[in-house]
Write a new protein. Structure first.
Length: 438
């Protein structure tokens, strides 16, 4: 029986310096302000028939390690970081089929501004835009927008539920067929098909209609990544693709089943949302070469424990610089940031010190271990997907450079295509139609 194909996407760690300090990055330390690498990436992943590129984002300079910005700035940890809407727009102009999914935080954009921005991107891309809807997690980010700090974790999701309602109404404020472009009678828009929204909610209000005009997809695609119980509920209610770093085949299957359960409870058909699992495949010319490369990556991760803790502290708001890294993380430490991440860290610790736990936590492997030749990695990806039941993988690789892109596009993808595991061509014009095609 032919294997069911699965979906592929790429998690780009922000519009910022990629793989700083690593090999094969050219003059990235100065060339990062220009978009060339990202545009090459978009073209490459479109040739490889990926569903989408997700542009991760945060809007603050980290300061949670030892109460200083030093480690973040010195090592390019999520900074400098450009506004993702600009690079997303540029990517749309050098591609014609792949989905482009910038991240925008609900705390940072008024829903009207967001609806207008995303509708505009959907227009200029010809219906290929998704929005990675994040609630934000850092008090530093909140302070950049005039708040004292982030609202409480679950309240953020309550606010985001209402936010989704507002943006959907704004996108719906133009009925299909509103633009008549009738030159003979001099009518551009049929005003009877454009409606006010007049939304007055608990957290947001807006008048509408949206002045950008309609999005080609009607409602652009929604991506989400909430991992906590409340986050999963939010994602299941709204998302058409969910990205998650679940650990191992069992956890992957359970996560997807849980999403389906929540979707059904929200009255949605589970086939309308694709759950993609994070991977970081290590590919070599031979199995031995791949193992050697994996060893090198592990060494790099071991050397960078403090930097990785600084990054982890950025998303959990925990200052790991205050702890003795050779002791376990104290039990009283909690987070108002990414809850699932902290939960996974604790589950992995099993009494070990912070340093020892971090040595293995997301160091190389993400959802599953993938290390080998193109053929063996492709085969393993197929096996795992068959066991999990769907829906695909999100590449999250720390060594983003043109060599890595070539290894994926010209090495791994043909091996997956030969096995009938991924698409060889896009069938549809719009992002959503490709995403939900199988
Ligand atoms: C693959 C992935 C990508 C994410 N991208 C972003 C991002 O770009 N910006 C952001 O603020 N949060 C991002 N997040 C965080 C999620 O939006 C969410 O806040 C996080 O998973 C914690 O959710 P929880 O507290 O419900 O567990 C990402 C999470 C994952 C797993």
């Amino acid at each position: 029986m032919a294997a069911k194909p699965f979906h592929l996407a790429w998690f780009l760690q922000g519009s910022s310096v990629q793989a700083w300090g690593e090999q094969w990055t050219g003059h990235i330390g100065t060339s990062w302000q220009q978009p060339d690498l990202f545009l090459d990436m978009a073209r490459s992943l479109e040739r490889a028939c990926f569903d989408y590129i997700l542009l991760e984002d945060s809007s603050y300079v980290g300061e949670s390690f030892g109460g200083s910005t030093e480690i973040y700035l010195k090592n390019a940890i999520a900074v400098p970081r450009q506004d993702p809407s600009v690079v997303a727009a540029l990517m749309t102009q050098v591609t014609s089929k792949i989905g482009i999914v910038p991240t925008f935080g609900t705390y940072a954009y008024h829903p009207y501004l967001l609806a207008r921005l995303v509708a505009t991107l959907d227009q200029v891309s010809g219906g290929r835009i998704g929005w990675n809807a994040v609630t934000g997690s850092s008090d530093f980010a909140a302070m950049n927008f005039g708040m004292q700090g982030m609202p409480e974790h679950d309240t953020r999701y309550d606010m985001a539920d209402e936010y989704m309602d507002v943006v959907r109404k704004l996108w719906g404020s133009w009925e299909p067929g509103a633009i008549v472009a009738d030159r003979q009678n001099g009518i551009l828009v049929d005003h009877t098909k454009v409606h006010g929204v007049n939304f007055q909610g608990k957290y947001f209000s807006t008048r509408g209609p949206l002045n950008s005009g309609p999005a080609p997809q009607g409602q652009p695609v929604i991506a989400q990544a909430g991992g906590s119980p409340r986050g999963r509920k939010f994602a299941a209610a709204h998302a058409e693709t969910i990205v998650v770093n679940a650990k191992g085949v069992e956890a992957m299957r359970a996560y997807r089943e849980d999403v389906h359960k929540h979707m059904k409870a929200a009255g949605r058909d589970p086939s309308q949302c694709k759950v993609l699992f994070l991977i970081n495949p290590i590919i070599g010319d031979t199995e031995a070469d791949a193992l050697e490369r994996k060893k090198q990556r592990q060494c790099l991760a071991d050397r960078h424990i403090e930097q990785r803790l600084a990054h982890f502290g950025k998303v959990t708001n925990i200052d790991f610089g205050q702890f003795d890294l050779d002791k376990p993380l104290p039990d009283h430490v909690t987070t108002n940031g990414h809850q699932l991440n902290l939960e996974q860290f604790r589950a992995m610790a099993k009494g070990r010190s912070i340093r020892q736990t971090m040595a293995s936590f997301n160091a190389v492997d993400l959802s599953i271990e993938l290390c080998g030749t193109c053929e063996s990695v492709a085969a393993r990806m197929g096996e795992v997907m068959a066991e999990v039941g769907g829906d695909g993988f999100l590449f999250s690789m720390p060594n983003v450079n043109r060599r890595t892109l070539a290894e994926i596009e010209d090495g791994l993808i043909p091996a997956l295509q030969d096995r009938g595991l991924v698409r060889k061509a896009y069938e549809h014009k719009h992002f959503r139609d490709n995403l939900l095609a199988f």
